[in-house]
Design a protein around this ligand. Structure first.
Ligand code: NAG
Ligand code: NAG
Ligand code: NAG
Ligand code: NAG
Ligand code: NAG
Ligand code: NAG
Ligand code: NAG
Length: 258
């Protein structure tokens, strides 16, 4: 019993010793702009942002390193020890969702990061589809670039598209808002508008759909074959008639001479 207690006390002591050891050895922590938690920074394209990373509870000089995503950021020599700062001049749309991470060079598992949330109003792009024949399917693709995500609507000739028609299909992701019309009819011809609305603004983009008459679908080979058959019939007809005419003239001549 006594031995058991002694052993337990020993283990507790060892645990205490090791935890104290770790606090002193690696109690260092990092902070970005005085916050030791990972952060999300909401910003806008064109803004300049600066981030300050500093080491805390360190007993000696510590070297720091910045990453943009997975890549290291080049830092000047005076901008590495104990504190380091980076500037994003300016923020662009492509920085959206990118993380900037500050790491302790000695032990890179000690790190802190800021993720950019670059917000901008919706931007729509897209091309008119080529003219489409009746009964074919057609796709109108409206490309969306927006943060936060925009609410999307399709209009036809300025009135809301009733999606009750089962020929309509909508495919919607964060990057695309696509309307597919199956087996187009003449009445589908017209101007379609893709509309995006977010808290930061709205945008409309027009798509013109031209529905053409269905061209008669005769395969070229069949047409050529038909023409050849007709020509041959005509030629044989003429040849046969000529022989007949020739014979008739011959007999009539014979009759005259006799
Ligand atoms: C850093 O030091 C402060 C006070 O000296 C202490 O309260 C804090 O817990 C320490 N942080 C870490 C991670 O050891
Ligand atoms: C961090 O906080 C200290 C004291 O509150 C302040 O002097 C310093 O400017 C702050 N640094 C940053 C980068 O915000
Ligand atoms: C961080 O702190 C610096 C210095 O105080 C300040 O100029 C900068 O705007 C701050 N950055 C953010 C994202 O708050
Ligand atoms: C970094 O901080 C440590 C501990 O506070 C200090 O001893 C050292 O001089 C500092 N080094 C630099 C370059 O600031
Ligand atoms: C690095 O830091 C982590 C977290 O503080 C710690 O668990 C680990 O033992 C450290 N690694 C080294 C090699 O010091
Ligand atoms: C839709 O309405 C807008 C604004 O009222 C107008 O400029 C546009 O010409 C209209 N388009 C059609 C196809 O009616
Ligand atoms: C079909 O739609 C196009 C594009 O909106 C338009 O220019 C054209 O006048 C329309 N044609 C018919 C027959 O409605």
């Amino acid at each position: 019993m006594a031995g058991g207690i002694a052993r337990t006390t020993g283990t507790v002591f060892k645990l205490l010793f090791f935890s104290l050891f770790f606090v002193f050895a690696d109690g260092v922590e990092l902070a970005i702009n005085n916050s030791s938690d990972n952060q999300i920074l909401s910003t806008k394209p064109g803004r300049d942002e600066s981030l300050w990373c500093s080491v805390r509870n360190n007993s000696r000089a510590e070297e720091l390193r910045w990453y943009r995503g997975d890549g290291t950021v080049n830092l000047k020599d005076g901008n590495k020890m104990n504190t380091t700062n980076i500037c994003i001049l300016p923020v662009s749309k492509t920085d959206n969702g990118v993380s900037f991470t500050c790491k302790l060079v000695r032990n890179e598992s000690i790190q802190i990061s800021v993720t950019l949330d670059v917000q901008f109003p919706p931007l729509l792009t897209g091309e008119d589809p080529p003219p489409v024949e009746e009964k074919n399917d057609v796709k109108l693709t409206c490309n969306v670039n927006s943060n936060p995500q925009a609410e999307m609507v399709w209009y036809k000739d300025n009135s809301t598209l009733t999606l009750k028609k089962d020929r309509y299909q909508i495919y919607h992701t964060s990057e695309v808002f696509q309307l597919t019309i199956q087996k187009v009819e003449k009445s589908d011809n017209g101007t379609y508008t893709c509309e995006a609305k977010s808290v930061l603004g709205e945008m409309r983009k027009e798509f013109h759909l031209t529905v053409e008459d269905r061209k008669p679908v005769f395969p070229l080979e069949a047409i050529i074959a038909a023409i050849v058959v007709v020509l041959l019939t005509v030629i044989f007809g003429i040849v046969a008639r000529r022989e007949k005419i020739f014979k008739v003239t011959k007999t009539s001549m014979n009759q005259k001479t006799s």
